[in-house]
Design a protein around this ligand. Structure first.
Ligand code: ATP
Ligand code: ZN
Length: 286
C-alpha cells in the first residue's frame, strides 16, 4: 500500500467547490473528471476521495480516508472519534430552530413539548437538554423545511445561512443552536509518513489563508511623514522604506490585514500618504 494521504471531500454539494478550490490553491493538482470517485494527485502525495458529506467522519474514523473536509455541524452530529485539525473559514452557516411565521414566540420555553423535525437529532437534543426542555424530535434526512406545512411537525431545526429558504416556506428563525464552518478532520492514529504529508498540507493551507486575509500596500510620502506612517503600518516585521528619485520623498511597502483595511487607509491619508496602491498577495509564507 502506498502512503498517499487520502483526503475525503464532498462529492457534490455546498462544500465541494470551496474544498476543491482550497486544494488547488495549495498547488495540489488533480485530474477531476466527472463521476470519478477517486483521483490521485500528479504533484503531491495525496489522493482525493469524493463522498457524501455525512459519510466523511465515519470513513476518517475507520481509516478509509486519512483526512476529510466537512461542516462542523456534521462532525459534531456524527460524533466519531476523529481530530479537528483546522478550521477552514468557508461554508459558514448556523443550525437554527424555526417555527411558522404566524405563531407567536416569547422565548426558548415555547419549544417545550413541540414536535421538531431535523436531520440533526444529536445537536438538537443536546441543546434542549442543556436548557431543561423536552421536545419530540422527528429525524428526517432532507427537505426538513416543509415539515410544518405538511403537518409533520410544529417546528424545524435546520441549517440556515441567509434565511431565504425559511422565509419562502413561511417559517421564522427563533433560536440559533450551533454555528458551523468547514473543518479539516483527521484520523487520530495517522502513521508518521501520512502525518508528515498532513503537516505539509496544513502549512500550505495556512499560507493560502494568510494571503487571502492580507494585502500588500505601497505608498509614497514626504520624509517628515514617514514616522507617523510607519506607526500606522505594522508589516510582517516592520515596513520597508525606500527613497524615491525625488529628494525628500520615500516609498513605503507593507502588509495590512483585510479586517482593518479601510481604517488603515483613512489614517494613512490623514498622515500624508499619496499614490496608495493595494495589491493581492498570492501566497504568504509565515
Ligand atoms: P450530501 O449529498 O453530500 O449528503 P447535503 O445535501 O447533506 O449533501 P449540503 O447541502 O451540500 O449537504 O451541505 C453541506 C454542508 O455545507 C452542510 O453540512 C453545512 O455545513 C454547509 N452548508 C449547508 N447549507 C449552507 C448554506 N446555505 N451556506 C453555507 N454553508 C452551508
Ligand atoms: Zn449530507
Amino acid at each position: 500500500m502506498n502512503s498517499n494521504l487520502r483526503i475525503a471531500i464532498q462529492k457534490s454539494g455546498r462544500l465541494s467547490e470551496d474544498s476543491l478550490g482550497l486544494i488547488k490553491e495549495c498547488g495540489i493538482q488533480f485530474y477531476s473528471g466527472s463521476g470519478k470517485l477517486k483521483s490521485e494527485s500528479s504533484n503531491f502525495p495525496a489522493e482525493l476521495l469524493f463522498l457524501r458529506d455525512d459519510d466523511i467522519p465515519g470513513y476518517v474514523a475507520d481509516g478509509v480516508a486519512d483526512v476529510g473536509i466537512v461542516g462542523e455541524n456534521v462532525l459534531v452530529e456524527k460524533n466519531k472519534p476523529v481530530t479537528l485539525s483546522y478550521r477552514l473559514g468557508f461554508s459558514k452557516c448556523r443550525l437554527s430552530v424555526a417555527i411558522e411565521r404566524s405563531k407567536e414566540y416569547h422565548g426558548i420555553g415555547d419549544l417545550q413539548g413541540l414536535s421538531i423535525a431535523t436531520s440533526y437529532p444529536r445537536l438538537l437534543s443536546g441543546y434542549l437538554e442543556k436548557h431543561g426542555l423536552r421536545a419530540d424530535i422527528h429525524e428526517i434526512s432532507g427537505s426538513v423545511e416543509i415539515a410544518p406545512s405538511i403537518g409533520l411537525a410544529d417546528a424545524v431545526c435546520d441549517i440556515v445561512s441567509s434565511g431565504s429558504t425559511l422565509m419562502s416556506n413561511g417559517l421564522k428563525e427563533v433560536e440559533v443552536i450551533f454555528r458551523s464552518e468547514a473543518v479539516l478532520i483527521a484520523n487520530p492514529g495517522l502513521d508518521d509518513a501520512r502525518q508528515n504529508i498532513l503537516d505539509k498540507l496544513l502549512f500550505r493551507i495556512k499560507s493560502v489563508q494568510a494571503a487571502r486575509n492580507n494585502k500588500y500596500i505601497l505608498l509614497n510620502a514626504p520624509n517628515d511623514a514617514i514616522p507617523a506612517i510607519t506607526g500606522i503600518l505594522p508589516g510582517m516585521k516592520s515596513p520597508t522604506v525606500v527613497p524615491l528619485a525625488e529628494s525628500g520623498w520615500s516609498s513605503v511597502h507593507s502588509v495590512i490585514n483585510e479586517n482593518d483595511f479601510w481604517n488603515i487607509i483613512d489614517n494613512l491619508r490623514e498622515a500624508g500618504a499619496q499614490g496608495i496602491l493595494v495589491v493581492p498577495i498570492e501566497k504568504m509564507i509565515l
